[in-house]
Design a protein around this ligand. Sequence first.
Ligand SMILES: [Mn+2]
Length: 400
Amino acid sequence: MRIAIVSDTHLGYERFREDAFIQAKEALEQAQSVSDMIIMPGDIFDYRHPKPDVIAEAIIIFGGLSKKEFPSKVTSFEGKSPLYTDKPIILIPGTHERRSDTAVDPTDLLSLAGLVVNVSMGKAVVEKNGEKVAVFGVGGVAEERFKDTLTQLAFKPVDGAFNILMFHQSLYELLPFSKDFMHIEELPEGFDLYVDGHIHNKVELKCHGKPFLVPGSTVLTQLKDGEQEQKGFFVFDTEKKSYAFHPISSRRFVVVKVDVSGEEPNRVSEKIEECIKAAVASGSKAEKPLIRVELKGKMKEGFKASDLDVNRIASAHQEAIVEVARNNVEELASGKDVEDLQSGMLENLSIRDYGMGIFLEKLRANGYSLKVSPSRLFEILSSDGKKDAAVSKAIEELFS
Ligand SMILES: [Mn+2]
């Protein structure tokens, strides 16, 4: 069977709302035309509470896919909620949709509407002419809960099927900066393919000798260097045991690095202009590229980063969307936290995970030793809605 893997469509992403919709639609429609089934490892939406018009966009896209026949169908299912369709569009919620364990997230809505199969914390078996593919899903959880969650789920690969483990997490090999991230070789053995979301550039690795694939997002969001490559999706062929990347048309993103060392502001402005011109000229004019100019170094004695009018430079361009980052110009740094937040390392981490990290650190420093997992506590405290009830529940758990 041919399995399309489309990830991190981020429907409703405010900065590039139209891109998110158009590029998700293109990726999914192309994916359907070249595959027997589609799997999606999370962040289908950009929010836990998408507005009705964003939910409508998702219904338009997934409703369109559901109207067509797939060559395969879901023949068995175990999950948090019942199965509402046998169409093989199988997904899990990611970090952006994450809510408390029992709450309804927006991917549940698509499932309830009979448009997709939400395989979070469950298993779906898809069949085509007797061939079976089993998809095991772990919806996005706090990083330090991932290992325990896998242990609790105790997934058993299906005999005679091609088995896929799909999740939405940071792994140490991809983002090597937190001891809460699991290592790739700690993932359970016995699967034929490992599929992860969350990372917005494409990744191809091996896990226990089997392919480990991250297709990356279909829309620009994080603006990291890795997002300069073309967006798209993977198609894995279970017969050939091989896969290919299918690019989609997406907004071009260019990062240019400008060294300001020993320069005066006027010369820095000229350098930036030259770089923007070159970046614009290197692509087609059909769509405005997003150009991120990263300044680095120490300016000429007597000048500082704030002498550069980056807003004027950025807004002076019609043919591109320009943003100028001057946080690596030396004079600007002020305090370790700000540096941390602005450093490239943290760009990889969601604010939620960063907050979780600080929370854990404080608990550890204060000798926290109660049995309630700190990440569970964090989730309760940061869950939506009835805060009072959530907090009293947490306190009850803590002291009972
Ligand atoms: Mn994402």
